[in-house]
Design a protein around this ligand. Structure first.
Ligand SMILES: [Cu+2]
Length: 495
């Protein structure tokens, strides 16, 4: 019940509106680009406040159109895309997604696009908020070390994507060249307690998911729309652990969610929340009580919800392999008093989220050490333990004891310890049919863990062979590679 009352109370307290005042009815039509506050700019020119995700600039707070100056610099830079994995991003403003721009309908925007002298490529910008051929692209083509300027009037309110449109366009977008521009309606958006900026994008690397090192862009995978990563805010860790967005019980949260693509449509969902409102496609109308909203490539939506219960809420693309196997997972941490009438239960299940919950330093350390040829068994055990939790423990259990008659034990397993190469083969190729472990017969199916790379398999098996009383030597990535090259892959398993 409090859920229904408190927004009204908040209005009463903060906006001094009488508690019984009904919300103003939505207009039949806003008039699109033909209506609104479209007079000449007033007052001194204003420099737009730009923010990096997940921050959003404050409301413009203006009641008249102004001349707004936006300065945005393109920078090509190497940044982490995942733990131990680097990528050469092309950015608007130094980060992916590009800086958030916030203006008001009717504003005249003087846009300055700079291309950093260290850039190797020319770039430009196409803002979907612009009315005019190319959305600014033709007027903003900018060579490294140069600046372009063009001016546009923001005729339509809404939440719009901007992106680079320099050939090959797909490649510029795939490298992270997109962001959001919000054109507020003349009266502003209804006030909320928290606003955040989240933008999805798909990425294509030569190496497979989480294969370490600097990974180049893979044009063929991009053409085939075979994404290696699907990410919120440009990297796997951008919205997890200490980087999670936050809120407090009793607050209303608005997310500005964009999708840069280049290829994939997002089925945006927050696990544990229902969107009270979705301004679908970034437009003026809202739908209410929505579970999952579709965000097209090159499109956006505003979603709003009131938070009732504390805990961790998970942002995902509900095309769910993207969330658990390509990185499309973020978090919102809500603090406040328990609301046991609304939800009584345990916190997020750490087994099911596993290594997604916190960026795991030991995995990165093991990778760095391996690259230098200085990987120790202790580092492998530590990294392998984290990976085991996320990959194997659902079946074999955290304790390695398995489940009697269903999942064989790894703790004290004679089958595991007798033959190292065979154990590697079980992990990468799976196992089915009768197998005897410690005198007990199992006849079930273990699917191939083909999502794991050689380093990961080596670390997991080093952990397994040295835990719960097991004692064995380390397993190296080379040994895994050898088994992979010489064993027959089951049908359907990746290489
Ligand atoms: Cu570009």
């Amino acid at each position: 019940m409090s859920r229904l009352i408190s927004p009204v109370l908040m209005l009463a307290v903060f906006a001094c509106a009488p508690a019984e005042a009904p919300a103003p009815p939505a207009p039949e039509t806003t008039g699109g680009s033909a209506a609104g506050d479209l007079g000449p700019p007033q007052g001194e020119p204003i420099h737009a406040v730009l923010t990096h995700a997940p921050e959003v600039p404050p409301p413009t707070g203006r009641s008249a159109p102004a001349k707004v100056i936006v300065e945005l610099e393109v920078e090509e830079k190497v940044m982490p895309i995942s733990e131990g994995v680097d990528y050469t991003f092309w950015t608007f403003g130094g980060e992916v997604p590009g800086s958030f721009i916030r203006i008001r309908q009717g504003d005249t925007v003087e846009f300055h696009l700079q291309n950093h002298p260290d850039s190797k490529m020319p770039h430009n910008i196409d803002l979907h908020a612009v009315t005019g051929p190319g959305g600014g692209a033709a007027s903003s083509f900018t060579a490294p070390g140069h600046e372009s300027q063009f001016t546009f009037k923001a005729l339509n309110e809404g939440l719009y994507v901007y992106h680079c449109a320099t050939a090959p366009v797909g490649m510029h977008i795939a490298n992270g060249m997109y962001g959001l521009i919000l054109v507020e309606p003349p009266e502003g958006l209804p006030p909320v307690d928290r606003e955040y900026y989240v933008m999805q994008g798909d990425f294509y690397t030569v190496g497979k998911y989480r294969e370490k090192g600097l990974q180049p862009f893979d044009m063929q995978k991009a053409i085939e729309e075979n994404a290696t990563y699907v990410l919120f805010n440009g990297s796997e860790g951008a919205l997890v652990g200490d980087n999670a967005i936050t809120a407090e019980v009793g607050e209303t949260v608005r997310l500005y969610v964009g999708n840069g693509g280049p290829n994939l449509v997002s089925s945006f969902h927050v696990i544990g929340e229902i969107f009270d409102k979705v301004y679908y496609e970034g437009g003026t109308r809202f739908q209410e009580n929505v579970q999952t909203t579709l965000i097209p490539a090159g499109g956006a939506a505003m979603v709003e919800f009131y938070v009732e219960a504390p805990g961790t809420y998970i942002l995902v693309d509900h095309s769910i392999f993207r969330a658990f196997n390509k990185g499309a997972l973020g978090m919102m941490k809500v603090e406040g008093d328990d609301a046991l009438d609304i939800y009584s239960g345990k916190e997020v299940d750490s087994v099911y989220l596993a290594d997604k919950v916190e960026p795991s330093a030991p995995i990165g350390e093991a990778t760095a050490a391996a690259a230098k040829g200085a990987l120790t068994k202790a580092q492998q055990v530590e990294a392998g333990g984290i990976l085991f939790k996320g990959t194997c423990s659902t079946c074999h259990q955290d304790s390695g004891a398995g489940v009697k008659g269903v999942f064989p034990p790894l703790a004290g397993s004679d089958y595991l310890m007798a033959d190292k190469a065979r154990a590697i083969g079980v992990v990468i190729n799976g196992l089915n049919g009768p197998v005897t472990v410690n005198g007990e017969e199992y006849n079930s199916v273990m699917p191939p863990m083909s999502q794991l790379n050689d380093d990961e398999v080596a670390n997991i098996l080093t952990y397994v062979r040295n835990s719960w009383g097991n004692e064995g030597d380390a397993v190296s990535a080379e040994e895994v590679a050898k088994v992979r090259a010489t064993s027959e892959r089951p049908a359907g398993a990746a290489h």
